[in-house]
Ligand binder design. Structure first.
Ligand SMILES: NC(=O)c1ccc[n+]([C@@H]2O[C@H](COP(=O)([O-])OP(=O)(O)OC[C@H]3O[C@@H](n4cnc5c(N)ncnc54)[C@H](OP(=O)(O)O)[C@@H]3O)[C@@H](O)[C@H]2O)c1
Length: 319
Protein backbone atom coordinates (compact mmCIF):
# COMPACT_ATOMS: atom_id res chain seq x y z
CA UNK A 1 0.00 0.00 0.00
CA UNK A 2 0.96 3.67 -0.31
CA UNK A 3 1.86 5.42 2.93
CA UNK A 4 3.34 8.76 3.88
CA UNK A 5 6.69 8.13 5.55
CA UNK A 6 8.85 10.58 7.46
CA UNK A 7 12.59 10.18 6.99
CA UNK A 8 15.37 12.44 8.26
CA UNK A 9 15.53 13.70 11.83
CA UNK A 10 13.13 15.39 14.25
CA UNK A 11 14.79 18.74 13.59
CA UNK A 12 14.97 18.14 9.83
CA UNK A 13 12.11 15.78 8.85
CA UNK A 14 11.69 14.72 5.21
CA UNK A 15 8.16 13.76 4.17
CA UNK A 16 8.04 11.10 1.42
CA UNK A 17 5.53 8.68 -0.10
CA UNK A 18 6.46 5.00 0.27
CA UNK A 19 4.53 2.95 -2.36
CA UNK A 20 5.39 -0.48 -0.95
CA UNK A 21 4.40 -0.81 2.71
CA UNK A 22 2.61 -4.11 3.50
CA UNK A 23 -1.12 -3.81 4.28
CA UNK A 24 -1.50 -4.49 8.03
CA UNK A 25 -3.57 -7.46 9.18
CA UNK A 26 -5.98 -6.97 12.12
CA UNK A 27 -5.11 -9.18 15.09
CA UNK A 28 -7.27 -9.98 18.14
CA UNK A 29 -10.07 -7.34 18.28
CA UNK A 30 -8.38 -4.82 15.98
CA UNK A 31 -10.17 -3.19 13.05
CA UNK A 32 -8.66 -2.56 9.61
CA UNK A 33 -9.73 0.70 7.94
CA UNK A 34 -9.48 1.42 4.24
CA UNK A 35 -8.55 5.08 4.51
CA UNK A 36 -10.32 7.46 2.15
CA UNK A 37 -8.88 10.62 3.68
CA UNK A 38 -6.37 11.45 6.43
CA UNK A 39 -5.91 14.88 7.98
CA UNK A 40 -2.62 16.55 8.86
CA UNK A 41 -2.42 18.26 12.26
CA UNK A 42 -0.15 21.27 12.70
CA UNK A 43 3.11 20.32 14.49
CA UNK A 44 2.43 16.56 14.38
CA UNK A 45 5.90 15.88 12.96
CA UNK A 46 7.36 17.34 16.17
CA UNK A 47 5.38 14.96 18.41
CA UNK A 48 7.78 12.73 20.33
CA UNK A 49 5.72 9.58 19.69
CA UNK A 50 6.36 9.68 15.91
CA UNK A 51 10.11 9.51 16.46
CA UNK A 52 9.85 6.50 18.78
CA UNK A 53 8.32 4.32 16.02
CA UNK A 54 10.44 2.10 13.72
CA UNK A 55 8.37 3.06 10.63
CA UNK A 56 7.38 6.70 10.88
CA UNK A 57 3.97 6.98 9.21
CA UNK A 58 2.23 10.07 10.64
CA UNK A 59 -1.52 10.65 10.88
CA UNK A 60 -4.09 10.35 13.67
CA UNK A 61 -7.32 11.56 12.06
CA UNK A 62 -8.84 9.43 9.29
CA UNK A 63 -12.14 8.72 7.64
CA UNK A 64 -12.86 5.63 5.58
CA UNK A 65 -14.59 2.24 5.57
CA UNK A 66 -14.07 -0.88 7.63
CA UNK A 67 -12.13 -3.36 5.48
CA UNK A 68 -11.72 -6.25 7.96
CA UNK A 69 -12.28 -7.18 11.61
CA UNK A 70 -9.83 -9.07 13.82
CA UNK A 71 -10.66 -12.71 14.74
CA UNK A 72 -11.70 -11.80 18.32
CA UNK A 73 -13.77 -8.71 17.45
CA UNK A 74 -17.17 -8.90 19.19
CA UNK A 75 -18.46 -5.35 18.76
CA UNK A 76 -21.19 -3.89 16.57
CA UNK A 77 -19.15 -2.58 13.62
CA UNK A 78 -19.41 -4.38 10.28
CA UNK A 79 -17.20 -4.57 7.21
CA UNK A 80 -18.21 -1.69 4.93
CA UNK A 81 -19.28 0.71 7.73
CA UNK A 82 -18.22 4.29 7.03
CA UNK A 83 -16.35 5.60 10.06
CA UNK A 84 -14.18 8.43 11.29
CA UNK A 85 -11.37 7.77 13.75
CA UNK A 86 -8.78 9.31 15.99
CA UNK A 87 -5.83 6.95 16.28
CA UNK A 88 -4.12 7.30 19.66
CA UNK A 89 -1.19 9.73 19.76
CA UNK A 90 1.30 6.95 20.55
CA UNK A 91 0.32 4.90 17.44
CA UNK A 92 -0.56 7.12 14.45
CA UNK A 93 0.10 5.44 11.05
CA UNK A 94 -3.07 6.97 9.60
CA UNK A 95 -1.68 8.68 6.48
CA UNK A 96 -1.76 5.43 4.50
CA UNK A 97 -4.19 3.49 2.32
CA UNK A 98 -4.95 1.16 5.24
CA UNK A 99 -4.58 1.48 9.01
CA UNK A 100 -5.37 -0.55 12.11
CA UNK A 101 -7.60 1.08 14.75
CA UNK A 102 -9.04 -0.04 18.09
CA UNK A 103 -12.69 -0.01 19.19
CA UNK A 104 -12.48 3.23 21.26
CA UNK A 105 -10.93 5.13 18.35
CA UNK A 106 -13.82 5.16 15.88
CA UNK A 107 -17.50 5.92 15.36
CA UNK A 108 -19.84 6.11 12.37
CA UNK A 109 -18.83 9.23 10.47
CA UNK A 110 -21.16 12.26 10.26
CA UNK A 111 -23.59 11.21 7.52
CA UNK A 112 -23.73 14.45 5.59
CA UNK A 113 -19.99 14.95 5.25
CA UNK A 114 -17.52 13.69 2.67
CA UNK A 115 -14.69 11.50 3.99
CA UNK A 116 -12.33 14.45 3.51
CA UNK A 117 -14.50 16.71 5.68
CA UNK A 118 -14.97 13.95 8.29
CA UNK A 119 -11.23 13.25 8.50
CA UNK A 120 -10.60 16.85 9.58
CA UNK A 121 -12.77 16.50 12.68
CA UNK A 122 -11.83 13.77 15.20
CA UNK A 123 -8.94 15.54 17.02
CA UNK A 124 -10.62 18.98 17.00
CA UNK A 125 -13.95 17.52 18.23
CA UNK A 126 -12.38 15.29 20.89
CA UNK A 127 -10.02 18.05 22.08
CA UNK A 128 -12.85 20.58 22.26
CA UNK A 129 -15.15 18.19 24.15
CA UNK A 130 -12.47 17.05 26.59
CA UNK A 131 -11.33 20.63 27.34
CA UNK A 132 -14.83 22.06 27.79
CA UNK A 133 -16.84 19.29 29.43
CA UNK A 134 -14.30 17.01 31.10
CA UNK A 135 -11.35 19.23 32.10
CA UNK A 136 -12.80 22.75 32.68
CA UNK A 137 -16.40 21.55 33.22
CA UNK A 138 -17.67 24.81 31.71
CA UNK A 139 -21.08 25.91 33.01
CA UNK A 140 -23.77 27.90 31.19
CA UNK A 141 -22.97 31.62 31.21
CA UNK A 142 -19.26 31.20 31.96
CA UNK A 143 -16.89 33.55 30.17
CA UNK A 144 -14.32 31.56 28.16
CA UNK A 145 -11.39 32.93 26.18
CA UNK A 146 -10.18 30.87 23.19
CA UNK A 147 -6.81 31.54 21.54
CA UNK A 148 -6.00 30.38 18.00
CA UNK A 149 -9.77 30.71 17.57
CA UNK A 150 -9.55 30.47 13.79
CA UNK A 151 -7.57 27.22 13.86
CA UNK A 152 -9.05 23.75 13.46
CA UNK A 153 -9.38 23.21 17.21
CA UNK A 154 -10.32 26.87 17.72
CA UNK A 155 -13.35 26.95 15.43
CA UNK A 156 -14.72 23.81 17.07
CA UNK A 157 -14.13 25.25 20.56
CA UNK A 158 -15.97 28.47 19.67
CA UNK A 159 -19.01 26.58 18.35
CA UNK A 160 -19.11 23.96 21.12
CA UNK A 161 -18.74 26.58 23.84
CA UNK A 162 -21.42 28.92 22.53
CA UNK A 163 -23.90 26.44 21.05
CA UNK A 164 -23.58 23.43 23.34
CA UNK A 165 -22.15 24.67 26.66
CA UNK A 166 -23.96 28.04 26.55
CA UNK A 167 -20.78 29.96 27.41
CA UNK A 168 -19.88 33.53 26.52
CA UNK A 169 -16.95 33.22 24.12
CA UNK A 170 -14.10 35.66 23.60
CA UNK A 171 -12.20 34.62 20.47
CA UNK A 172 -8.59 35.72 19.94
CA UNK A 173 -7.69 35.70 16.23
CA UNK A 174 -6.40 37.90 13.42
CA UNK A 175 -8.98 40.47 12.19
CA UNK A 176 -9.73 38.89 8.79
CA UNK A 177 -11.40 36.02 10.70
CA UNK A 178 -13.49 38.07 13.09
CA UNK A 179 -16.76 38.15 11.13
CA UNK A 180 -16.65 34.38 10.52
CA UNK A 181 -15.99 33.75 14.22
CA UNK A 182 -18.98 35.89 15.22
CA UNK A 183 -21.14 33.81 12.88
CA UNK A 184 -19.86 30.68 14.64
CA UNK A 185 -20.97 32.08 18.00
CA UNK A 186 -18.14 34.26 19.36
CA UNK A 187 -19.58 37.05 21.53
CA UNK A 188 -16.40 39.14 21.44
CA UNK A 189 -13.44 39.01 19.05
CA UNK A 190 -9.97 40.26 19.87
CA UNK A 191 -7.06 40.87 17.50
CA UNK A 192 -3.83 39.34 18.82
CA UNK A 193 -1.86 41.94 16.80
CA UNK A 194 -3.17 44.77 19.01
CA UNK A 195 -0.48 45.58 21.57
CA UNK A 196 -1.52 44.64 25.14
CA UNK A 197 -4.81 43.11 23.93
CA UNK A 198 -4.90 41.12 27.14
CA UNK A 199 -5.37 44.27 29.25
CA UNK A 200 -8.85 44.80 27.79
CA UNK A 201 -10.18 41.43 29.06
CA UNK A 202 -11.08 40.67 32.68
CA UNK A 203 -12.75 38.03 34.86
CA UNK A 204 -12.60 35.14 32.43
CA UNK A 205 -13.62 31.82 34.00
CA UNK A 206 -11.54 29.66 31.67
CA UNK A 207 -8.87 30.18 29.02
CA UNK A 208 -8.56 27.43 26.42
CA UNK A 209 -5.32 28.04 24.55
CA UNK A 210 -4.35 26.31 21.29
CA UNK A 211 -1.26 28.43 20.50
CA UNK A 212 1.22 28.19 23.38
CA UNK A 213 3.63 31.01 24.20
CA UNK A 214 3.81 33.96 23.67
CA UNK A 215 -0.01 34.11 23.51
CA UNK A 216 -0.52 31.66 26.38
CA UNK A 217 1.63 33.75 28.77
CA UNK A 218 -0.55 36.81 28.11
CA UNK A 219 -3.80 35.06 28.99
CA UNK A 220 -3.12 34.61 32.73
CA UNK A 221 -4.04 38.18 33.61
CA UNK A 222 -7.47 37.81 31.92
CA UNK A 223 -8.54 35.05 34.32
CA UNK A 224 -10.41 35.57 37.57
CA UNK A 225 -9.04 34.20 40.83
CA UNK A 226 -9.65 30.40 40.99
CA UNK A 227 -10.28 30.32 37.23
CA UNK A 228 -8.47 27.94 34.85
CA UNK A 229 -5.85 28.27 32.13
CA UNK A 230 -5.86 25.16 29.94
CA UNK A 231 -3.55 24.68 26.99
CA UNK A 232 -3.32 22.03 24.28
CA UNK A 233 -0.88 24.02 22.16
CA UNK A 234 2.86 23.42 21.95
CA UNK A 235 3.40 23.43 25.71
CA UNK A 236 6.31 25.12 27.46
CA UNK A 237 8.31 22.37 29.23
CA UNK A 238 7.07 23.43 32.67
CA UNK A 239 3.50 22.60 31.64
CA UNK A 240 4.07 19.00 30.69
CA UNK A 241 2.83 16.49 33.23
CA UNK A 242 5.06 16.27 36.27
CA UNK A 243 7.86 18.38 34.84
CA UNK A 244 7.45 21.66 36.73
CA UNK A 245 5.24 24.71 37.18
CA UNK A 246 4.69 27.80 35.01
CA UNK A 247 6.44 30.96 36.30
CA UNK A 248 3.08 32.80 36.11
CA UNK A 249 1.92 30.83 39.17
CA UNK A 250 3.97 33.20 41.37
CA UNK A 251 1.84 36.15 40.26
CA UNK A 252 -1.47 34.26 39.93
CA UNK A 253 -1.31 31.58 42.66
CA UNK A 254 -5.05 30.84 42.64
CA UNK A 255 -5.37 30.18 38.93
CA UNK A 256 -5.48 26.46 38.05
CA UNK A 257 -3.39 25.42 35.04
CA UNK A 258 -3.32 22.34 32.86
CA UNK A 259 -1.79 20.95 29.69
CA UNK A 260 -3.39 17.76 28.37
CA UNK A 261 -3.08 15.45 25.40
CA UNK A 262 -6.38 14.42 23.88
CA UNK A 263 -7.50 10.78 24.05
CA UNK A 264 -9.76 8.96 21.61
CA UNK A 265 -13.25 8.13 22.92
CA UNK A 266 -15.97 6.45 20.89
CA UNK A 267 -18.80 7.89 22.98
CA UNK A 268 -17.61 11.45 22.30
CA UNK A 269 -17.11 10.78 18.59
CA UNK A 270 -20.70 9.49 18.42
CA UNK A 271 -22.15 12.49 20.27
CA UNK A 272 -20.18 15.00 18.23
CA UNK A 273 -21.04 13.30 14.91
CA UNK A 274 -24.68 13.96 15.82
CA UNK A 275 -23.92 17.61 16.58
CA UNK A 276 -22.41 17.87 13.10
CA UNK A 277 -25.34 16.08 11.45
CA UNK A 278 -27.86 18.32 13.28
CA UNK A 279 -25.96 21.38 12.00
CA UNK A 280 -25.07 22.55 15.54
CA UNK A 281 -21.39 22.32 14.62
CA UNK A 282 -20.27 23.37 11.17
CA UNK A 283 -17.50 21.28 9.58
CA UNK A 284 -14.00 22.67 9.11
CA UNK A 285 -12.91 23.83 5.64
CA UNK A 286 -10.48 21.40 4.03
CA UNK A 287 -7.61 21.81 1.60
CA UNK A 288 -7.09 18.58 -0.36
CA UNK A 289 -3.78 17.03 -1.45
CA UNK A 290 -3.12 13.77 -3.29
CA UNK A 291 -0.73 11.30 -1.57
CA UNK A 292 2.11 12.13 -3.97
CA UNK A 293 1.89 15.75 -2.71
CA UNK A 294 2.28 14.68 0.94
CA UNK A 295 5.41 16.80 1.47
CA UNK A 296 3.53 19.88 0.22
CA UNK A 297 0.55 18.96 2.43
CA UNK A 298 2.69 18.88 5.58
CA UNK A 299 4.37 22.14 4.61
CA UNK A 300 1.00 23.79 4.03
CA UNK A 301 -0.33 22.62 7.43
CA UNK A 302 2.32 24.67 9.22
CA UNK A 303 1.69 27.92 7.33
CA UNK A 304 0.33 30.77 9.48
CA UNK A 305 -2.85 32.52 8.37
CA UNK A 306 -4.23 29.57 6.43
CA UNK A 307 -7.88 28.56 6.73
CA UNK A 308 -9.14 25.08 7.54
CA UNK A 309 -7.34 21.76 7.71
CA UNK A 310 -4.99 20.02 5.29
CA UNK A 311 -6.26 16.61 4.18
CA UNK A 312 -4.55 13.90 2.13
CA UNK A 313 -7.13 12.11 -0.01
CA UNK A 314 -6.36 8.44 -0.73
CA UNK A 315 -9.70 7.67 -2.40
CA UNK A 316 -10.96 10.68 -4.37
CA UNK A 317 -14.62 11.46 -3.69
CA UNK A 318 -17.03 10.59 -6.54
CA UNK A 319 -19.08 13.61 -7.63
N1 LIG B 1 -2.55 18.53 23.22
C1 LIG B 1 -3.44 18.02 22.38
O1 LIG B 1 -4.08 17.01 22.66
C2 LIG B 1 -3.68 18.69 21.05
C3 LIG B 1 -4.85 18.42 20.34
C4 LIG B 1 -5.07 19.10 19.14
C5 LIG B 1 -4.15 20.01 18.66
N2 LIG B 1 -3.00 20.21 19.37
C6 LIG B 1 -2.04 21.23 18.96
O2 LIG B 1 -2.72 22.47 19.08
C7 LIG B 1 -2.22 23.38 18.10
C8 LIG B 1 -3.39 23.92 17.28
O3 LIG B 1 -3.91 22.90 16.47
P1 LIG B 1 -4.86 23.25 15.25
O4 LIG B 1 -5.12 21.97 14.55
O5 LIG B 1 -5.99 24.09 15.70
O6 LIG B 1 -3.86 24.15 14.35
P2 LIG B 1 -4.23 25.19 13.20
O7 LIG B 1 -5.49 24.83 12.53
O8 LIG B 1 -3.01 25.34 12.38
O9 LIG B 1 -4.50 26.55 14.00
C9 LIG B 1 -3.50 27.22 14.69
C10 LIG B 1 -4.07 28.56 15.15
O10 LIG B 1 -3.11 29.18 16.02
C11 LIG B 1 -2.91 30.52 15.62
N3 LIG B 1 -1.53 30.92 15.91
C12 LIG B 1 -0.39 30.25 15.64
N4 LIG B 1 0.67 30.93 16.09
C13 LIG B 1 0.20 32.06 16.65
C14 LIG B 1 0.79 33.17 17.30
N5 LIG B 1 2.12 33.25 17.50
N6 LIG B 1 -0.01 34.16 17.74
C15 LIG B 1 -1.35 34.08 17.59
N7 LIG B 1 -1.99 33.06 16.99
C16 LIG B 1 -1.21 32.06 16.53
C17 LIG B 1 -3.19 30.53 14.13
O11 LIG B 1 -3.58 31.85 13.79
P3 LIG B 1 -3.20 32.48 12.35
O12 LIG B 1 -4.00 31.69 11.36
O13 LIG B 1 -3.63 33.89 12.48
O14 LIG B 1 -1.73 32.27 12.18
C18 LIG B 1 -4.34 29.52 14.01
O15 LIG B 1 -5.58 30.14 14.24
C19 LIG B 1 -1.20 22.60 17.28
O16 LIG B 1 0.08 22.86 17.82
C20 LIG B 1 -1.58 21.14 17.52
O17 LIG B 1 -0.48 20.25 17.37
C21 LIG B 1 -2.75 19.57 20.54
Amino acid sequence: MKAVEVLGTKTNPEVTLNPAIPIPCPKKAEILIKVHAAAVTRDELTWEELWLRPVRIPGHDVSGEIAALGPDYKGDFKVGDEVYCMIHTFRGLGQAEYVIVEGEELAKKPKLLSHAQASALPIPLLTGWEAIFERAQVQKGWKVLVTGANGAVGVILVQMLSRVAGAEVIAVASPQNHEALKELGAHQVVDYNTPNWENSIKDVDVVIDTVGDPILAKTWKTVKSHGHVITVGPAPAAWEYGKGRPIEVDEFPNVKWLFFIVSPKRETLEKTAQLVDYGTIKPIDVELFSPDKAAQAHKSASVRGRKGKVVIEFVPEKN
